[in-house]
Structure formats: C-alpha cells, structure tokens
Design a protein around this ligand. Structure first.
Ligand code: ZN
Length: 396
C-alpha cells in the first residue's frame, strides 16, 4: 500500500489542497482513490472522517489502510493532479469537539485523578468514559469549570513529533504504543498527549465545553459533552423548550419545577375527587335502576350499557347494584375496546364467572372472575347488546 502524506498532521487548518492520484479503482462502496498526500482525515481514534470533494466528486468516506488513506468517491476521477476541498463546517466542528475532549480529559485527571479510557465523537454528542463509577455532580462541575478556564485563557495548542523512545520518557496523559515517529499534541502548560487527530490552534477556538449528561456504568462513568457551536445550538434548543413550556404554564421559566409540581398535585386531588364522585353517582344510579326493575322468579336483572357520557363508572355501578339484595347486574361499558361487568348479590344462585367466560367465548374478548363478580374486555362496542342478551339467557 503506498504511503499517503497526511497534510493535517502538520496543518489542521488546511482546507484546500492539490495532490497526485497514485491509485484509483472501482469498488463496491464507490471509487477507491489513494493520493500522494491529503488533508482529508480518515476515521480513527474516535474522530469521524472528513467530507468534501475531490476532483469535483463527492467524498463519501475516508478510511485508513495501514499507511494509506483511502478516499471513497461517488464517481471516477480524471487522471493526474486533482484538487481536494474539505467540508470545513464539519471538520471544524470535529476539531472543536476533539480539542475540547483533550482539555476535558486533562481537567478530570487534574481535579480527581480520573483517567479517560475511551472517547467517542458522535454526530450529535461526544462522550468520554472515565475509569471510576464514583463521580457525582460536584466532580463533574469541578472538571467542567477547570476545562472552561483553560478555554478562556486561549492557550496555544501545539503539534510536535518525537521518536517513540523520546515520547516514552515524557509524561503523556495518553501514552502510545506506536512505533517510529509519534505525534504529540500539547495544550500549553495543561496537557500533553500522543494523538493523530485534528485540533484547533488555540483553546479559545473550542468556544465552550458543556457537560450535558452522565451515566454510571460498572466501573466507569460516561460523560457526554458538547463543544463550540454544538453547545450554542443546545443552549438555544433548551431555551426554546423552556420558554415554550413556561408559556404553556403561563409562568416564568425559572418557576417551571414549582408550577409542574403544583399542577401534578392538583391533578392528583382532582382525580381522587372524581373517583369519589363517580362512586357516589354509581350508588344513586344503582338505587334507581333496582327500584325501576321488575322482579321475575324472585330476582331483578338489571341490564345496562354505560357510555362515557353517563359519567358513571361501569364497574362501580355493577358493584353498587349487587350491593342490593336479590339482584343480578349485567353491565356493558361502551368504548374501544368495550368491557363487561357481571355481578350478583352476595351468595346468589348463579356463577357470574362462568357466565362471563361463556359470553366472551361467543362474542369475542376475554375475561373471567368469581361466582359473585366477573369482568371481561376486548370486545367490539357493536357486540355489547348481543353479549348482554346472551348472558341474560344463560341466567335461566
Ligand atoms: Zn487528539
């Protein structure tokens, strides 16, 4: 594999370059192109690859194969010298997140001796895994504060090359197992790491480092963070959400937790009241239904379909009816799906559980219960009347 000279190693701000094509071939994922030199960053070390154009063709992906950088294009390039153009918005965003990660990782080491064991630069958020699951909010804020102080101080970020032997004698936050020349990235007076990624030239260009979320895992803490423009967009989004929520509560954003709490309390007490009212209503309704029903064979059968408009709880109604002596209640509750509640006065002669089972076997749905009370559901609203008639016949 021919070696590609990586221009971003020495100049991370290079966004336009010329190069010679040394190999090009059609492959499954697109056209594979190797250049003598490139400013395109191939995915590695937790940082995603660059995008842009090469010879006017779209760069779909950039990968690494040993010492070669592979550019995957959406078409066949012309022979010879070509021009490469980077998608700078994407690349600069990666530089902000990546340099932010160096600073944040170093800040965790300085404030609490937490070591970063892995780094992921995502399309939305980035994260580092720290080697402890004992971090609390306070440790996160301490590291976040220190990291941002380093951002505000606008310290230079320098790239240098050393032999592996020289590098092994330096105090690197992140040691390397690479052989040959080692690329070092130094945040002046704060951090020294071996890294092949792309970084901003001064910490000020990171903009801000905002820790967003953390999650404790076995032996680790995953810390999600946003740098630069991503942090700005998140702050804007958060602000919009809070403003919109505050408007819905007709209050100020700062009062939202109290307002939400108050409304939840109100809702709970309203629900309690409504349940009580519907029970009371069921009792009145039951009395009236029992009084109006005709007695046959020494008992009264009350057959009723309840809809949402009746404001009465169907189950409570069945219980309230069965609280009277010598009655059977066959109550259907309209809705999708519809429900059935069968009840009889305590110790009555029928088996409501069995009657309900036979009814749903005939009309669809499922359910069951005991001798004096049974319930079922999953019926079509249209089959309620049929179900009640069938059940009534089963009473004998
Ligand atoms: Zn780096």
């Amino acid at each position: 594999m021919p070696e590609t000279k990586r221009l971003y190693y020495t100049d991370c701000y290079l966004r336009e370059f010329e190069a010679q094509i040394v190999a090009a071939e059609q492959a499954e994922r697109g056209f594979r192109v190797i250049l003598d030199q490139t400013a395109f960053y191939p995915e590695s070390g937790g940082q995603p690859s660059d995008r842009g154009t090469l010879a006017g063709l779209r760069v779909l992906d950039v990968t690494e194969e040993g010492v070669a950088v592979i550019h995957w294009l959406d078409g066949k390039p012309e022979q010879g010298r070509v021009k490469g153009l980077l998608d700078w918005t994407r690349r600069f965003d990666h530089m902000q997140q990546h340099t932010g990660q160096h600073v944040l990782s170093a800040a965790f080491e300085r404030t609490g001796h937490y070591r970063t064991v892995s780094f992921h630069l995502g399309a939305e958020v980035s994260s580092i895994d720290l080697d402890s699951d004992r971090l609390a909010e306070r440790q996160l804020e301490e590291a976040e504060d220190l990291a941002n102080r380093v951002v505000f101080e606008d310290r230079p970020v320098r790239i240098s090359f050393r032999t592996a032997e020289e590098a092994s004698r330096l105090e690197l936050r992140k040691p390397t197992e690479r052989e040959g020349d080692v690329r070092l990235v130094e945040v002046e007076g704060f951090d020294l790491s071996a890294c092949g990624g792309t970084h901003v030239s001064h910490t000020g260009a990171i903009g801000i480092i905002a820790v967003r979320r953390f999650e404790r895992m076995k032996g680790l803490t995953r810390v999600e963070f946003l740098c630069g423009r991503r942090a700005l967009l998140a702050a804007r989004r958060d602000h919009r959400l809070l403003t919109e929520s505050a408007r819905l509560f007709s209050g100020a954003a700062a009062d939202l937790p109290a307002l939400i709490n108050k409304q939840s309390e109100e809702l709970r007490s309203q629900t309690r009241l409504r349940v009580k009212q519907s029970e009371k209503l069921a009792e009145f309704e039951a009395l009236e239904l029992v009084r109006g029903a005709t007695e046959r064979n020494g008992r009264k059968v009350i057959r009723q379909v309840v809809t949402a408009d009746d404001l009465v709880d169907a189950k409570a109604l069945a219980h309230a009816i069965a609280a009277q002596p010598g009655v059977v209640a066959l109550i259907g509750e309209a809705g999708s799906p519809a429900k059935l509640y069968f009840a009889q006065s305590a110790g009555g002669p029928c088996d409501m559980g069995s009657i309900l089972k036979q009814t749903v076997a005939k009309t669809g749905g499922k359910g069951g219960g005991a001798r004096d009370f049974a319930q079922g559901g999953g019926l079509e609203s249209g089959s309620l009347e049929e179900a009640l008639s069938f059940a009534e016949r089963l009473l004998g």
